[in-house]
Design a binder for this molecule. Structure first.
Ligand SMILES: Nc1nc2c(ncn2[C@@H]2O[C@H](COP(=O)(O)OP(=O)(O)OP(=O)(O)O)[C@@H](O)[C@H]2O)c(=O)[nH]1
Ligand SMILES: [Mg+2]
Ligand SMILES: [Zn+2]
Length: 692
């Protein structure tokens, strides 16, 4: 949320101590934040109306005219407008009553920091909801840096400022450039940066300009027909008027000011309005207020303060509306900025949402369930270049895909919260979903980074899955492929293949995960190829249950348990791997497992290079075990592997050992040399050929 006093972001407001019934801002300490202001904020973000301009140029009358227009004239369907606090409402009501009933105009505004007036707008077409936060101080404030830093300090953090200028009221030609000097200096002194602000330059008292023959026709037409429909052609018309006015000013005596605002601000927009519709006499209106064009500045403030989404060429300020309006297969483009969603964004059609990069654009929500929910789509859903983040403590996955094809590219997906109501996963794919993640970072989720269940298929290429509280990628659906991904520092395993999944992990790094680098269990068929599984708390690679593995060309180094552990009834092939410096064995085959273990190198492990136990069997061929602290190759329990062509050198224990009742089939081609505890144990292993 943005504090209405200092416009700094705050997570929440404090209860106030002064008994006025408002909130206190933790950032600036101001009391009097309206109690209703934080309610449903995500749906009604603040849009500051930070007004600057010389005295007598029509600032206060503009505020009254805009409010009158919003309360009485606007006819957008479902639109409403409401004051957010009683004090502000009363004060303004009195002023508006004098104006509306008696034509009595406001006095000159005192030069003090104004109490912000908060008015909530709901259901503006394509804009959604917002809260206008009005600041209006006396124009003398802008003559003097010291005064501006006090009474005008609301400009410090405003994304956009509204500069009201009456060309017919200039005291001297350079008054506007002087005001800009004061403004720039005060901003510099306050540590603000106008280069990050937009300025909306509104020419006031247009009734006094309308007869000037050189006034651009676009501006004149707009004043006569000032109806602006945000769901219609409003933006095109406003753009044309802005361009025409800019050109007009630049061609005349005010060229300097156009050049200066272009130079000093991030963006400049121009508009024209008449708050009264006619001149007043003796501070009283002859007729009632007849505002012209007073919505234009508001439209520009929306445009410059709220991040915009474009569906086609049409700007929207609510993502949900833009997505809903997108044609099937259409593209929705996000401006840089933060999009805070009040509720889960549901995607039901095949749209493409394109952001400017995950570092520049974020979709955030504190809603429970999910931030983004993708249902079955007829065609593919695409999301690129965006951070999707769940905030707060409600239980939620970040992205839930319940069917159809969903493609995420160059996204960051973070912040899932686990609990009974949700898994807290970064990406959760269920049903027949087909999810592709390319170059995405899935991090800091309370559940798994990625989960696939039912018949869901997931593919990850590149990117990272890190720092999740569960498994990096848990795949128990139909198929999973993980290629070139960094799976790092997840609290459980890097990858867990389960159920009946056909899963492949290739060329990936599984490092420093709390449990195993890669784990395959249940009836998974796992193809693990060319991965680096290092420094995990458990095993580098573990296969259990009835899993079938093809484990080739991996390096499993310095893991907290075994390099490659094969247990239960696992079958398959463990070939060409390097398992070094693990805290237990290089390779362990246990239970009833009977894989082919071939051409692996196991060195400097704390126990054996290769260990068989239980009733494990299978072929153990062409492996080289050197300098392990324990034995080279060991068979214990009732294990009965077939050992052929293995080499065990310089191990701390024996080269080959058959312990307990183990009965390995021992081939003549096995070689043992220089093992500290003796090359063969029992020694007959070395004398005889095959034996049982
Ligand atoms: N002709 C015409 N006069 C206007 C219009 N809007 C304001 N005025 C007149 O301009 C004078 C000053 O208007 P304010 O709105 O009080 O000016 P302000 O910028 O708030 O001035 P300070 O509070 O002193 O900074 C009043 O006498 C208004 O009647 C307009 O649209 N047309
Ligand atoms: Mg005023
Ligand atoms: Zn504040």
């Amino acid at each position: 949320m943005i504090c209405p006093y200092c416009q700094q972001p705050v997570d929440r407001f404090l209860s106030s101590e002064d008994g006025t019934g408002g909130f206190r801002c933790p950032a600036c300490g101001a009391d009097g934040v309206p109690l209703l202001y934080p309610q449903d904020y995500a749906r009604h973000p603040a849009v500051p109306v930070s007004i600057i301009g010389p005295t007598g140029h029509g600032k206060s009358v503009f505020v009254d005219a805009l409010l009158t227009h919003l309360e009485r004239k606007v006819r957008w369907p479902r639109f409403s407008c409401q004051w957010m606090d009683q004090a502000g409402m009363r004060q303004t009501r009195d002023r508006l009553r004098l104006l509306r009933e008696f034509g009595q105009l406001p006095d000159a505004t005192p030069e003090v920091f104004p109490r912000p007036q908060v008015v909530r707008l709901r259901n503006v077409p394509r804009v959604g909801g917002c809260q206008l936060v009005f600041y209006d101080t006396g124009g003398e404030t802008f003559r003097d840096t010291d005064k501006l830093r006090d009474a005008g300090r609301y400009v410090r953090n405003s994304p956009a400022v509204l500069w009201l200028v009456s060309l017919t009221d200039l005291e001297y030609p350079e008054q506007l450039t002087d005001l800009l000097t004061v403004y720039a200096q005060a901003m510099a002194e306050m540590g603000g940066d106008p280069r990050r602000q937009a300025v909306v330059l509104a020419l006031t008292k247009a009734d006094l300009l309308i007869d000037r023959p050189d006034l651009p026709p676009a501006a004149r037409d707009f004043l006569f027909n000032d109806d602006l429909d945000p769901a219609g052609d409003a933006w095109d018309r406003l753009g044309a008027v802005s361009d025409a006015l800019e050109e007009w000013l630049q061609a005349g005596e005010h060229r300097q000011i156009v050049n200066l605002v272009r130079e000093q601000f991030r963006a400049a927009r121009f508009c024209i309005l008449s708050a009264q519709g006619a001149a007043a006499r003796d501070q009283a209106l002859q007729m009632e207020l007849m505002p012209r064009g007073v919505l234009a500045p508001l439209f520009w403030l929306w445009r410059e303060s709220l991040p915009a989404v474009r569906a086609g060429d049409v700007p929207y300020f609510t993502l949900a509306e833009a997505v809903a309006a997108a044609t099937p297969g259409g593209t929705v483009r996000l401006d840089p900025g933060e999009y805070v969603l009040p509720e889960t964004l549901s995607i039901a059609g095949p749209v493409r949402i394109e952001g400017p990069g995950a570092g520049r654009c974020a979709i955030r929500s504190a809603a429970g369930g999910a931030v983004l929910s993708v249902g079955p789509t007829a065609g593919a859903f695409f999301l690129t270049g965006v951070t999707v983040e769940h905030t707060g403590t409600a239980q939620a996955d970040v992205v839930a895909v319940a069917g159809g094809k969903a493609v995420f590219a160059d996204c960051v997906i973070a912040g899932g919260v686990a609990g009974p109501g949700a898994g807290g996963d970064g990406v959760r794919a269920t049903g027949t979903a087909e999810v592709l993640l390319g170059g995405c970072v899935v991090e800091r989720n309370g559940g798994n980074g990625v989960t696939a269940r039912d018949a869901a298929a997931v593919t990850l290429t590149g990117g990272a899955v890190r720092g999740n509280a569960g498994v990096g990628v848990f795949a128990a659906g139909s198929a999973a492929e993980v290629r070139g991904v960094d799976l790092v520092q997840n609290r459980q395993s890097g990858v867990y293949l389960s159920g009946g999944v056909r899963g492949a992990v290739r060329g990936s790094t599984c490092r420093a995960n709390g449990a195993n680098g890669v784990l395959a269990g249940a009836d998974a068929r796992a193809e693990l190829d060319g991965n680096a599984c290092d420094k995990n708390g458990g095993h580098g690679i573990a296969l259990k249950d009835r899993a079938a593995g093809a484990v080739r060309g991996n390096t499993c180094t310095a893991n907290g348990a075994v390099g490659i552990a094969v247990v239960d009834r696992v079958t398959g092939e463990i070939a060409d791997n390097r398992c070094d410096k693990n805290a237990v064995h290089g390779i362990a085959v246990e239970g009833e497992a009977s894989p082919t273990v071939a051409d692996n190198r196991c060195g400097e492990n704390k126990k054996s290079g290769i260990s068989y136990s239980g009733t494990a069997g299978g072929v153990c061929r062409g492996n080289v075990c050197t300098k392990n602290v324990g034995h080279g190759i060991r068979a214990a329990g009732a294990a009965a592997p077939e050992l052929t062509g293995n080499t065990c050198r310089r191990n701390g224990g024996h080269g080959f050992v058959a312990a307990d009742g183990a009965a390995p089939q021992f081939g003549r081609e096995n070689v043992a040399e220089g093992n500290t505890g003796g090359d063969y144990q029992p020694e007959r292993l070395g004398r005889r050929g095959w034996f049982r």
